[in-house]
Design a protein around this ligand. Structure first.
Ligand SMILES: [Zn+2]
Length: 497
């Protein structure tokens, strides 16, 4: 019943008769996008192209309020559809008309538009909302981190529910305008480029724009009292970094690490090709969370990452994700290796660059220092299971897989693969299987057996496999621990994403 298309008046009745579609073809969109690891994440029936978020945040009370405008396109005839969201909604409009809504499950906002939505049409959804994000939990946790001077939304695989309604899955990427008003003296940090600021009656509004497709979990918002530095990388990308004024003893080390962002991004571009976005940076809020996260164009770092001194390795990791994870995103969360294995391997390459141990030495040490009965080997990075999505094996065994690949196909083909992949799937999505096929096509070698051994078997690859991949299996003599080992391990002991 394409009622939305019908002009009011006498014509309506005859049009209704003329259109054969029946109400029966309209049904509710699925409450999940179809990811077996997280069945309720994302939603079915539509695709979002743009999020416009106009918000106000009060750091003193952690109260967030505002309006989200989503531009979407239907992929099915919809009588109803869901968004993923936790804050309190006061009004929803779909194509201008008030829609009814209700909540269900852990984080579902069910919206019933006044008129059903035909497949393949543009839809504008406006959601007015407010709430105190730090008081909201789903599955018993929160991704909104209260700080002494504000709050931070950053987590993986879910962070958006606490600050904007979304189709929360990497398969549905979109562009963003994030506009946040905060009391004078505080700053609002988000992704992309700061387009403008404006001040009125004691409040300052920050207008950020991400004009390249961005996964929902890579959108971030931080409000606090920050020192902001700006610059430009040698390759011409503008840089905005932000450091909480309240980092205490970690302030110097945090700044000495994150200020290397431009240099590190240019260095990574030699391996991965041109930087995929038009903004760079990083931010360090005063949070006690243990992880860092590759939030697009502007990674989030925890002060704890710098508690032992400078840590450029974690900057390398999060910036490597801008190619491997952000520009080329997972198609499903089981594909997490194509994010973490490569970001870890970038740290190995950085170690080599810094003269603190070659990738081969780190691979040999990783292999030799864990006996076959170490539970580490029971996790297969190629499909680790939701409960092991961020297991150390996804990182370390994931990078070991890349060293095995490098030794199998040689440096020339290996580095051609590393550089070609981000170009081939730029700003899109891909699977582990896609990567295996790509490596085979570039190298001209059958690689299914190698990837099966290193990526998919829930056991330690045996000595023959290790020898074949030139990973040195010395049972009695553990290889010398590379100098960078502690730094890379420290990065991980606080669970970097
Ligand atoms: Zn990571």
């Amino acid at each position: 019943m394409h009622r939305r298309l019908i002009a009011p008046g006498a014509l309506a009745a005859s049009l209704l008769l003329a259109i054969p579609a029946s109400a029966a073809s309209y049904s509710p969109g699925a409450p999940g996008i179809g990811d077996p690891y997280y069945p309720a994440y994302g939603n079915g029936g539509y695709d979002v192209s743009h999020y416009d978020l106009r918000l106000t945040y009060q750091p003193r009370t952690d109260r967030l309020e505002g309006t989200a405008t989503l531009l979407a396109r239907t992929t099915e005839d919809l009588s109803q559809f869901n968004l993923d969201f936790l804050l309190d909604v006061s009004e929803v409009r779909v194509n201008g008309a008030k829609a009814s809504f209700t909540t269900s499950g852990e984080h579902e906002l069910e919206i019933t538009p006044k008129n059903p939505l035909p497949k393949d049409t543009a839809v504008t959804v406006v959601v007015r909302y407010s709430g105190v994000p730090s008081t909201k939990t789903a599955y018993g946790f929160t991704s909104w981190h209260r700080t002494p001077d504000g709050g931070v939304g950053a987590n993986e695989p879910e962070a958006a529910w606490w600050w904007f309604p979304s189709n929360d899955h990497p398969l549905d990427k979109a562009t963003y305008d994030v506009s946040v008003a905060v009391p004078d003296g505080s700053q609002a940090i988000s992704n992309g480029t700061l387009q403008s600021t404006s001040s009125r009656a004691g409040w300052t509004r920050y207008n950020w724009r991400s004009n390249k497709p961005q996964a929902t979990y890579l959108a971030t918002l931080a409000v606090g009292r920050f020192d902001i530095t700006t610059g430009t990388s040698e390759s011409g990308i503008p840089i905005v970094n932000a450091y909480s004024k309240d980092l205490g003893d970690n302030y110097g080390a945090a700044r000495a690490s994150v200020e290397r962002t431009g240099e590190v991004a240019d260095w990574l571009a030699e391996y991965f090709g041109p930087y995929p976005f038009n903004a760079l940076g990083g931010y360090v809020p005063n949070t006690n969370t243990g992880y860092a996260l590759e939030t697009q164009t502007r990674p989030f770092y925890s002060p704890r990452q710098f508690a032992s001194g400078t840590n450029v390795s974690v900057v390398v990791h999060e910036l490597a994700h801008q190619w491997y994870g952000d520009s080329v995103s997972v198609a499903g969360w089981k594909d997490i290796w194509i994010n973490e294995g490569f970001a870890r391997y970038a740290q190995w390459l950085w170690s080599e660059h810094e003269g603190e141990g070659t990738a081969q030495e780190i691979a040999d040490y990783t292999y030799a220092s864990r006996p076959a009965d170490d539970p580490f080997w029971a996790v297969a990075p190629g499909d680790p299971g939701a409960e092991n999505q961020f297991h150390l094996a996804v990182y370390d065994r994931g990078a070991l897989t890349l060293q095995a690949l490098r030794n199998e196909i040689g440096d020339e083909a290996f580095f051609a693969v590393l550089k070609g992949w981000p170009r081939r799937h730029a700003l899109g999505n891909a699977t582990v299987g896609d990567f295996v096929k790509y490596a085979e096509s570039v190298s001209g070698r059958p690689l299914a057996a190698l990837f099966d051994t290193w990526l998919h078997q829930p056991s330690k690859p045996g000595t023959p496999a290790a020898r074949a991949a030139s990973i040195e299996p010395r049972a009695e003599k553990t290889p010398v621990r590379p100098k960078s080992w502690k730094k890379i391990a420290a990065t991980n002991s606080v669970h970097d994403h």
